[in-house]
Ligand binder design. Structure first.
Ligand code: CDP
Length: 240
């Protein structure tokens, strides 16, 4: 796509959203039969699945940790998830996102409860439109809770940025591509602890504060949607 002349017209973004508006969000827990826990997240045009296996015995055994469980995260994009076919298999980007996802989630887990074990989190991006790492973290947190893994809290994540000089919430692919700044953030809501903060581009100190505030507010709403998905899953179980 060619760079549009303007990304914000009369205070509205190209998809009609206000600068502080989230894309439509849908979260469902327990969508996969064979995983111990799973979740499906749609955020605008993003479609992301997370599957959790474990805690279970770590193989290969030499990767076991004597005192704690290892959290293993694998973020992957389906070849058909992006405009230009993505070659299957890991690349630099997916290795990086897998690592930051693990680091965003680890602080809420009680890994010391499961020595020599592994907890596997697989994140599969089926359709991508910017914000897949944050959508993946949201899905992974719900999938871990669905698996019954003991957690201090969930983790909620969203990207904020700057487009045509305006601070915006939850960037689309066009905004990510043509905007000035993209800043994905993950938060442990109850502690208000930041477990992921990356930034492409630049902000003044005041803009950074404004963007972070926007991310915190949006994460409150995402947190509520995550909890609602888990409540609905539990209600279905109760009914048989
Ligand atoms: O997805 P996220 O914003 O977390 O990560 P990114 O590296 O900033 O990528 C932004 C977007 O670029 C992705 O969500 C995809 O829509 C797109 N992308 C792509 O079209 N082809 C790739 N190989 C990688 C990313």
């Amino acid at each position: 796509m060619e760079k549009p002349e303007k990304l914000i017209v009369d205070g509205k973004r190209l998809d009609g959203r206000a600068p502080d508006e989230l894309r439509p969000l849908k979260i469902e827990a327990g969508v996969l039969k064979r995983a111990d826990g799973s979740a499906y997240v749609e955020l605008g045009a993003n479609k992301v699945l997370a599957a959790v296996y474990g805690p279970r015995e770590m193989h290969p055994r030499h990767e076991q940790q004597p005192d704690i469980a290892v959290l293993r995260c694998r973020y992957a994009m389906a070849p058909f998830s992006v405009e230009e076919r993505k070659r299957p298999g890991p690349d630099r980007r997916s290795v990086e996102i897998s690592k930051v996802t693990r680091e965003a989630i680890e602080p809420v887990l009680f890994l010391e409860l499961y020595p020599r074990s592994v907890i596997d989190v697989f994140i599969e991006v089926l359709q991508a439109d910017a914000g897949t790492r944050t959508a993946g973290i949201n899905a992974a947190a719900v999938a871990l809770a669905d698996a019954g893994v003991p957690m201090r809290d969930l983790v909620s994540a969203v990207a904020v940025g700057k487009v045509d000089g305006t601070i915006v919430l939850d960037l689309t692919k066009e905004e990510d591509q043509w905007g000035t700044t993209d800043m994905p953030v993950a938060i442990v809501p109850r502690k208000k602890m930041i477990t992921l903060l990356q930034m492409d581009g630049h902000f003044t100190g005041a803009e950074f504060k404004q963007a972070l505030d926007l991310a915190f507010n949006a994460c409150e709403r995402i947190y509520e949607a995550q909890r609602q998905a888990l409540r609905e899953r539990y209600a279905i179980k109760q009914g048989g």
